[in-house]
Design a protein around this ligand. Structure first.
Ligand SMILES: [Zn+2]
Length: 226
């Protein structure tokens, strides 16, 4: 009987250690299969080859991106539409289950398939309205997925310690999120995503996982000379 009791103690010690180690492991949700993807190049038929390649990227990465975010209770749309327009006022945008892409942009930047990963992340985020301003973080997470998960080999964006701020969105926020995740806790981004899915203020997540405010974490990041 003593052996069993000792085994029990050993198991509880290991259990405690597991929790202490959790911050070193990126938590993965169960991957969700890609919905059917339809492409529409009627406004810019020259883009068919690019659209087919974009469809491949989205189909291949959809399950991975759903596993990188807190999608446990999320229902994927039945279908994703990729629409190429001759010219729009941005390189691309995502709305509902549709990604609209500028034909002019992809003609000038045919290598920018990573843009599809950013836009697809928005489809998977599908956050409800938040009571605080979280636009910068929504874009930061989409760029984190793109630049630190899909193409982590890309050159790092330059951080200007005077002009930049963690609320700058896009690559600046993404770089900072990656740095904080690595230094403090790899569960950070999925935890932020989870709060955003509930429409909650995500800022307490920083304190919870690092004991520091976003402001303090930005100062530390800048001091590390990124
Ligand atoms: Zn975006």
């Amino acid at each position: 009987m003593i052996q069993y009791a000792l085994l029990g103690i050993a198991a509880s010690i290991i259990g405690t250690q597991d929790d202490a180690l959790a911050k070193y492991v990126y938590p993965l949700a169960k991957p969700i299969a890609s919905p059917a993807i339809k492409i529409d190049v009627s406004d810019f038929p020259e883009s068919r080859a690019w659209a087919e390649k974009a469809k491949e990227v989205v189909a291949a990465w959809f399950p991975t991106v759903t596993s990188l975010l807190a999608t446990e209770d999320w229902k994927a749309p039945k279908e994703i539409n990729i629409v190429i327009k001759k010219e729009i006022s941005a390189p691309a945008w995502a709305s509902g289950n549709t990604i609209t892409v500028s034909g002019k942009w992809i003609t000038q930047h045919p290598d920018d398939l990573g843009m599809m990963v950013h836009e697809m992340t928005h489809l998977i985020q599908a956050y409800p309205r938040n009571k605080v301003n979280t636009g910068w973080l929504v874009e930061g997470i989409a760029d984190y997925i793109r630049w630190w998960r899909y193409e982590p080999e890309a050159p790092r964006t330059r951080i200007d310690p005077v002009k930049n701020k963690y609320t700058d969105a896009y690559r600046v926020t993404a770089y900072w999120l990656a740095w904080v995740s690595r230094k403090y806790d790899k569960r950070l981004v999925p935890a932020l995503d989870r709060e955003l899915r509930k429409g909650n203020d995500p800022m307490p997540v920083f304190e919870k996982f690092t004991t520091k405010s976003a402001e303090e974490l930005w100062k530390e990041f800048v001091a590390s000379k990124p």
